[in-house]
Design a binder for this molecule. Structure first.
Ligand code: CA
Length: 227
């Protein structure tokens, strides 16, 4: 976990850098607004700690620029000015939290950990997994028990639907509308054919079987299949 500190007070900056390094973080410390903005734009940090009053650019200007460029890492403000308007302004600009100086290091560390945990859990999920079946949404790859499985685009979409709603019995009509964007037509067996092909690829060579037909209802994908 990489943290950028922008703090012009030498003592506070050094104290923070040392404490956070000892707590296991990778820490960069800069002492001016322009340096802070530059590193914030280019440095791929998990969290920023910004002082408000800085030479060159203040903490708010740094935050505003970064947010307008789509940078969404959590930002913790340090402010000596214990005034309600300042806090409100910081939070309106997209700060995630603030601490009023002087503060105890343990308090800062607790806030940092909370912010990092929160931002981690808010990240979009890139991989779906059921038992030993894995679907990588970014790379558009599927594997089971470590073996790569080639799927067509429709099969991939079908499997993604099953995995997102694992354990749920999905009626054919719902599958048809979600994967083929069409109304269910009882004359067509497109869903059945696609499910059969998908099973041949993800289930036939493996145990346990994950996709099950629920008679008269539809299909379900689940790890604890009794079939
Ligand atoms: Ca300052």
């Amino acid at each position: 976990m990489k943290i950028l500190i922008v703090e012009d007070e030498p003592k506070t900056g050094d104290y923070l850098r040392q404490g956070l390094s000892e707590a296991g973080f990778v820490v960069d410390l800069v002492r001016t607004g322009p340096d802070g903005l530059h590193l914030g734009q280019t440095g791929d940090y998990d969290l920023l700690i910004l002082d408000v009053m800085l030479p060159g650019l203040d903490g708010w200007q740094i935050l505003q620029s970064l947010r307008s460029e789509g940078k969404d890492m959590p930002v913790l403000f340090l402010t000596a000015r214990d005034q309600v308007e300042d806090r409100v302004r910081g939070l309106e600009l997209g700060a995630d939290d603030y601490l009023v100086k002087p503060f105890a290091f343990t308090e800062l560390l607790a806030r940092v950990r909370t912010l990092l945990r929160r931002s981690k859990s808010a990240q979009p999920q890139n991989t779906l997994q059921v038992a030993d079946l894995e679907l990588d949404l970014l790379r558009r790859r599927v594997s089971r028990a470590g073996r790569k499985i080639d799927l067509t685009a429709k099969e991939f979409a079908l499997l993604e639907l099953f995995m997102r709603r694992q354990g749920e019995v999905l009626p054919r009509a719902l599958i048809a509308s979600q994967v083929w964007d069409m109304n269910f037509d009882s004359d067509t067996n497109v869903v059945e054919v696609a499910v059969r092909r998908l099973r041949a690829k993800v289930d036939d060579a493996f145990e346990p079987k994950l996709i099950r037909t629920v008679r008269g209802m539809g299909y379900v994908l689940e790890a604890a299949s009794s079939a």
